[in-house]
Structure formats: C-alpha cells, structure tokens
Design a protein around this ligand. Structure first.
Ligand SMILES: NC(=O)c1ccc[n+]([C@@H]2O[C@H](COP(=O)([O-])OP(=O)(O)OC[C@H]3O[C@@H](n4cnc5c(N)ncnc54)[C@H](O)[C@@H]3O)[C@@H](O)[C@H]2O)c1
Length: 323
C-alpha cells in the first residue's frame, strides 16, 4: 500500500510503540503529547526498543515529535489517539483533532474497553471514526481490533484494515461496538476466575499463574479455544460446561478481594506488591522474559496480508449488531 502519513496523539506506553510500528512499516509518523518531557523522550524510548529487537535504527528518522497539535495533524491521513483511558478527556481530544485534521483523515481511538460510539459521539463527521485497539507492546503483539460503530463508513473501515494488514499487523474487524471488544472480554473473563480462585482459597496467586503458563497457556498461541473445543469435540465441551459453568464465578461487579488490594495500596509492580510481592529485580526479570518470549513468537505471526487482503471479520456475541 502507498505510504501514509500517520499522526499519534499521546506518546505514552502505547502511543510511542504504535508510532514505532508504523515507522518500521515505512510510514512517516508525527507524534505529540501534552507533557513535554514525555514527548522529548520518544526518540530514546523507540531507540531502546529497536536495539532490544536488533531492528534497523534508521526507522527513528521517520518519527517526528512535535509539541504543536495542529502541526502534528495538518498533513495526516490517519490519526490515532492514545491518551489515558478517560472518556471526557478522549472526547475533548477528538474535538481538537477534528478542528485541526484534514476533512478526509481517518480517526482512530486506542481505547481498551470504552465503546467507540461514546468516544466519537461528539464528532461532526462520525463516518471516518473507528477504534483500533492495539496490544502492548504494539510493535511486537500483532493483533489490532478494528471496531466499527454504526456510523463508520465501509471505506474508512477498509482503508484501516488494509493499512494495518500491509504494516504487518493482524487486524480483525469487530463489528459490534461492545465494551471490551473481543480480546479484553476474553482476557478479563479469565482474570475474574483467576481472582476468584485465590479469593476462595483454592490456591494462591502464584499457583494460578503456574497452572496457566504450564498448561493451556502454552497451547493458546497456536490453538484457540474454539479450535480446541472442536478438537476435543463439541459433545465433550457440552458435558464439561454442564458440570463446571455453575461453579465458575459469574459476578457482574469487580471482586471485593481486588477492591481490598487497591484500598490497601497493593497496586502491583508500581507499589512493589499486588497479588504477590514484586522486588525491582523480579520485575526486571519478568519484563525481560516477556520481551524474549514475544520476540521468539514472531515466527508464529501470520505474514502481512498486503493491500486488498481481507482481515478476518469478527461478530461478537451478545448486544445488538451495529451493521
Ligand atoms: N497500557 C496498555 O497495555 C494498553 C493496551 C491497549 C490499549 N491501551 C489504551 O491506550 C490508551 C493509552 O494508554 P497508555 O498505557 O499508553 O497510557 P499512558 O499514560 O502511558 O500514555 C498516555 C499519554 O497521553 C498523554 N496525554 C494526556 N492528555 C493528553 C492530551 N490532551 N493531548 C496529548 N497527549 C495527552 C499523557 O501525557 C501520556 O503521555 C488508553 O486508552 C489505554 O486504555 C493501553
């Protein structure tokens, strides 16, 4: 596909990584942030990532940080917002984006769980707006969930899927704008039960993680749950569900145990303890293992689809279809 001009608004954990992914794919990228120190550190953070992956460092020449939102957006074909998960903030940022961007630019939000219609509801032209939910780190994890609202034009959707596919990502079309889209609904269904097992004294937090990492976690990258259900047989799956589903946590609210951890200041890595204690050294070891694992998993990533290639379409269950 022709090279596009990409603008990224928000240069934090996700924004700088998304900028890197587009620059690696050959696109020119402008990036801005409200905090000047964060913006100034974009080149060094991207350079550190490129070095860690033994990637071409000249990629950095295609990333252009700018403190000026208008200059960042002026020429962009595709604008991606990666500011914090705060709905009023995101809506204000999209007001500014709409005033400054070209009338034919596509707008994408990287929200993790907020329905895109809520983020984009204030725009005058909602037909060019959609969600692109990347995963951390964006330059290593291939999936991008592309979320259309009831207003999104087919042309904006197709252009976005083609852009991401040609950039070597694995875009999937989520055609119902439900909270959490697909990946985070699945992920947090698992986390809810993981927390409940600890809360109910079935095992400790370390055991939960060991069980997953030493069993079905190993298979997941090559065998999805529905492939697995077909592999064992839908009849077997039905029999298992009849026994196990009534016993699994189905509370609609966040776990009181999780609430108590947060209230006690046990916030995870950032406070040194969450479900488990985390020394600085243990954090470094885990982060390094994760990057090493994702690097080695690159061979599992499907090849780029290229222009005109169609991404799989996803129909999420529950809730009304938007199109
Ligand atoms: N962290 C993850 O693993 C992850 C994964 C997928 C999606 N997301 C989503 O991506 C978005 C960004 O998350 P993050 O983890 O990168 O957050 P972050 O806090 O690391 O970065 C957000 C950046 O936005 C900047 N910002 C705030 N207001 C701004 C404004 N008005 N204009 C320009 N910049 C502004 C902040 O200074 C900060 O640098 C969120 O919606 C989040 O839910 C996060």
């Amino acid at each position: 596909m022709a090279k596009a001009r990409i603008a990224v608004v928000g240069a934090g954990l996700m924004g700088h990584g998304i900028a890197q992914a587009f620059a690696v794919a050959g696109h020119e990228v402008t990036i801005t942030d409200a905090v000047m120190a964060t913006l100034a550190s974009v080149p060094e953070r991207i350079l550190a990532n490129l070095r860690e992956l033994d990637d071409d460092e000249t990629v950095l020449e295609r990333v252009h940080p700018s403190a000026d939102l208008v200059a960042t957006l002026r020429d962009a074909d595709f604008v991606i917002e990666a500011v914090p998960e705060d709905l009023p903030l995101k809506r204000r940022v999209f007001d500014e984006i709409e005033r400054a961007a070209r009338p034919d630019a596509i707008f994408a939000s990287n929200t993790s769980v907020i329905p895109i219609a809520k983020v984009m509801g204030g725009l005058n032209d909602k037909s060019r707006a959609l969600g692109t939910h990347w995963w951390n780190p964006p330059y290593l994890v291939p999936l991008v969930e592309v979320v259309a609202t009831r207003w999104t034009s087919p042309a904006a959707l197709e252009r976005t899927l083609a852009l991401l596919g040609a950039a070597g990502k694995t875009p999937v079309h989520v055609n119902s704008d439900v909270p959490g889209f697909i990946g985070n609904r699945l992920q947090h269904a698992l986390w809810r039960e993981a927390i409940a097992l600890v809360e109910n004294g079935v095992c400790n937090a370390e055991t939960v993680d060991t069980v997953i990492k030493a069993s079905f976690g190993l298979r997941l990258a090559v065998l999805g749950p529905l492939e697995n259900a077909d592999l064992v047989g839908t009849d077997q799956t039905l029999a298992i569900h009849k026994t196990v589903l009534p016993a699994i946590d189905s509370r609609a609210a966040a776990s009181p145990y999780l609430e108590s951890l947060v209230a006690a200041g046990k916030l995870g890595f950032k406070s040194g303890e969450g479900f488990r204690p985390w020394s600085a050294e243990a954090q470094t070891v885990l982060r390094a293992r994760l990057v090493q694992h994702l690097k080695s998993a690159r061979s599992l990533i499907p090849p780029p689809k290229g222009e005109g290639g169609r991404a799989p379409s996803a129909r999420t269950g529950g809730g009304a279809r938007n199109q």
